[in-house]
Every structure is written in structure tokens, then in C-alpha cells.
Design a protein around this ligand. Structure first.
Ligand SMILES: [Zn+2]
Length: 310
């Protein structure tokens, strides 16, 4: 090979090498530019992850398996929120700690999304002693029209932070809302054909929205937080109702001990079924990559059995 040819080859190698190095740098910088989104509860995480897709780095503040109502952020969580571009929370009734964290945030570019903005909230049927007066039921994601409003609230912030990809986010949000519409119609169809119209829940008052939406009666052993203890009188009333209506199944909740449901089931010789309000996932469910829709579809299956629907 002549000197000239060797020289040209050498230049080509350098050019190709620098092209790949450059491409790699572009890829890295676009990875680094991903929007950093922190969400508090699982439904918000699922929404934000699906809308942001590969353009956002979405994380869930609640560690897997942790019960949502008793969660308090650690100093390291507050650091995480401060380092994010976007912080999405459910609202002041679900995360009463959020207000102080937001006020104290040193990151002035942080955009905060109160996902409950514009949703139709209902009062809890009964309240826990330590709750402030006027508190509303925080489980807004269990009314699928509210869930669509939450999706819109999250979409808005993606538009604001990354307007160049507006259409991309719009499409993803629309897909998610369409899936909510489908889920809503399965609930409507199935729950319209049940022999029994009462959900007896050996857990906290989480399904008020869902029961209201589909014309069911909802009796929970506890108030809107799983910390509240049911009184003996509360339990006696539930047992009497089960016997009166010849109810065959009692529902229990996720991520807490099912001991209340077990007591009721033992007393009434009824069977137990899970009704998961989707506040958070267990570690196993998280690793399996379960979606909000997976959880709610399983709930509907259990309700079909428990409420004896056709
Ligand atoms: Zn709850």
C-alpha cells in the first residue's frame, strides 16, 4: 500500500471513529435530557410512565409494598423531589405532607402537579378522628372519569416542559384515556348484572368512588385511612348485614394484614377475596411490571365472583 492510500485510510478511520463517538455523545445527552418525574402513588406513576414513555424518567416515591396512607417522606425522598423536573402528587387529602415539601423545595424550576385539580371529589362516608374537618375522599383514581382528568393534568406538564414533543405525549395520553373508557365499560356491564349489590370490605374506606359510579352499596370496616381501628359495634353491624343479605364473600385489602376481613369471614362463614385499591404495588407485582389496568381487571374478576354477577 502506498503512503497516500495509507494516509487516506487513516483519515477514514479517524472520521468514522469520531462519527460513532459523536453519535454516542448525542445519545447520551438525549438520555440525560429525559424529564425527571417523581410521582407519589402507583396510579400516578402508571399514568406518567405511559404518557412520558421513553422521553421521561418516571419514578415512584413510595417504596414497593409500603402502605400509602402511613407513608412519610424521608430526607432522601425530599432530596429526590428537589432534583426532579416534575413532582406529581394526588392532592392534599391523600398526601398531607406534600404541602410542606413543596414550600421548602429549593429547586425553583420544579413543576408541581396536584393531580386532583378539576376532579369531582366526594366526602368519605365516615371520617377518622384525626382528620381535619371538611376532608374529602382521596381515592379519586377509582372513578375513571376522575382518572382521565388526572391524565390530562399530567399531560399538561409534559407539554409545558417539552413542547417539542407535544404530539407524542398527546397520543400516549389519548391511548391511556381510551383504555380507561374500555375499563369503565367492562365495570358497567359486569356490575349491572350482580345478584348482590353490597361490597363488604374488611379494610379502609377506599372504594367509595367505584361503588357510587356503578350503583353499589359499600360498607367498610375502617374510615378513609387504614390506621383507624374499627369498633366492635362497626364489626357487629357488618356481620348483621352479611347475614341479612345472605352475602357469601368478604373483600380484603392489599398491603396490610387482612385480620379484620378474617374476623368477619370467620364470624359469618363467608369466603374472602382481594379488592386492591392500587395505592401501591408489592415488590413482586412491581418486578412483574403490573399496570393499573392489570390490578383493576383482577378486581373486577373478584367482584364478579364476590357479588355473584352473571
Ligand atoms: Zn386509601
Amino acid at each position: 500500500m502506498k503512503f497516500k492510500q495509507v494516509f487516506v485510510l487513516f483519515i477514514v478511520i479517524i472520521l468514522v471513529g469520531s462519527f460513532f463517538a459523536c453519535t454516542k455523545r448525542i445519545q447520551e445527552s438525549s438520555r440525560m435530557k429525559k424529564l425527571k418525574v417523581i410521582t407519589t402513588l402507583f396510579p400516578l406513576y402508571d399514568m406518567a410512565k405511559n404518557i412520558g414513555a421513553d422521553k421521561a424518567d418516571v419514578s415512584l416515591l413510595l417504596p414497593p409494598g409500603v402502605e400509602a396512607h402511613s407513608f412519610e417522606p424521608k430526607p432522601s425522598d425530599i432530596v429526590k423531589i428537589n432534583e426532579a423536573d416534575v413532582f406529581v402528587y394526588t392532592g392534599k387529602f391523600m398526601e398531607p405532607w406534600a404541602e410542606d415539601v413543596i414550600k421548602g423545595a429549593a429547586n425553583k424550576n420544579l413543576i408541581v402537579v396536584d393531580a386532583s385539580r378539576g376532579t369531582k371529589m366526594i366526602p368519605g362516608v365516615f371520617h377518622d378522628a384525626d382528620e381535619p374537618a371538611g376532608s374529602l375522599d382521596p381515592h379519586i383514581w377509582l372513578d375513571f372519569d376522575n382518572a382521565k382528568i388526572m391524565v390530562k393534568n399530567i399531560l399538561q406538564v409534559y407539554h409545558l416542559k417539552d413542547g417539542a414533543n407535544k404530539d407524542f405525549y398527546e397520543q400516549k395520553a389519548e391511548n391511556y384515556s381510551n383504555k380507561l373508557t374500555e375499563l369503565d365499560s367492562s365495570f358497567k356491564t359486569t356490575l349491572a348484572m350482580c345478584k348482590n349489590k353490597t361490597i363488604v370490605y374488611g379494610g379502609h374506606y377506599a372504594f367509595g368512588y367505584l361503588a357510587k359510579r356503578y350503583g353499589l352499596k359499600y360498607l367498610a370496616a375502617q374510615g378513609v385511612s387504614p390506621d383507624s381501628e374499627p369498633t366492635a359495634n362497626d364489626l357487629i353491624k357488618l356481620v348483621e348485614q352479611i347475614k341479612k343479605d345472605k352475602i357469601r364473600y368478604v373483600f380484603y385489602e392489599e398491603l396490610t394484614s387482612p385480620k379484620i376481613a378474617e374476623t368477619i369471614a370467620g364470624e359469618t362463614k363467608t369466603k374472602m377475596l382481594l379488592l386492591n385499591a392500587a395505592h401501591n404495588l408489592s415488590r413482586d407485582q412491581f418486578e412483574q411490571g403490573l399496570s393499573f389496568f392489570d390490578i383493576l381487571k383482577k378486581d373486577l374478576e373478584n367482584m364478579r365472583v364476590g357479588l355473584e354477577c352473571k
